[in-house]
Design a protein around this ligand. Sequence first.
Ligand code: NAP
Length: 237
Amino acid sequence: MKLQDKVALITGGSRGIGKAVAMAYAREGAKVAICARTGSEVEQAAQEIGALRAECKGWTCDVSVEASVKEFVAAAGDEFGRIDILVNNAGVMTRPASITELDIKKWDYTIAVNLRGPFLVTQAVLPLMMKQRSGSIINVSSIIGRGAYANFIAYATSKWGLEGFTQTLAAEVRSYNIRANTVEPGVVATKLTGYSGSKPESVTEVFVYLAADEAKGITGKMLNSSGWRQEVGKNRG
Ligand code: NAP
């Protein structure tokens, strides 16, 4: 059990990658707090995770709304008493469109969820982690946040921003023994991709690694869900 007695807060934990990570954490002994906007999906996921004999609770929260985030993080902190792991996973991607055709509302929406969201949630969680003088923050990025992909300007900008956010955060909280890294999960079969790609369960290993004490000293890294072992100099097994 790599995460025994640790408490993990996972945004967008109701389906897709977030739910798979929440289940993997539960199997490793963590207590799990999840959130998403759709209450019925959050409840269903929390029940499924709880069925793994793990403590799990779900909240309805929109990560782009300050008051909603504050309420969620305060409630999760009260429920579990601490937060050891934060996975900023909630994210959206609108239909591909050229920069000249992209609706400004879609730009604002994407940046609000994918960039403002992680900022708000991290800002709300940090006081607790700083008091504990420990924590691991994992931000879910994308290959589109590390290269040039035409017609994804808002999504790409949000994820490039998240990479910079993470590097800066890692430098800022290092002295509190808090780590911050990004994971690029590859193409995963979720609602966001129209269910094409690899199974969400197949990308969770790197999330467990980064959350566990084993990854002590790993911060400011941009890891890939398949190549991460080489990236951290860890041999297979
Ligand atoms: P998904 O199945 O659509 O799941 C997204 C999750 O985020 C859902 O739980 C969703 O629930 C939640 N969410 C969306 N907007 C939210 C908001 N404003 N506040 C709170 N929760 C919100 O997509 P996914 O593929 O698992 O995506 C998870 C993360 O991985 C995203 O950051 C995405 O950019 C990233 N990613 C995915 C892939 C891929 O191939 N799938 C590749 C690279 C990166 P509600 O809609 O109910 O809020």
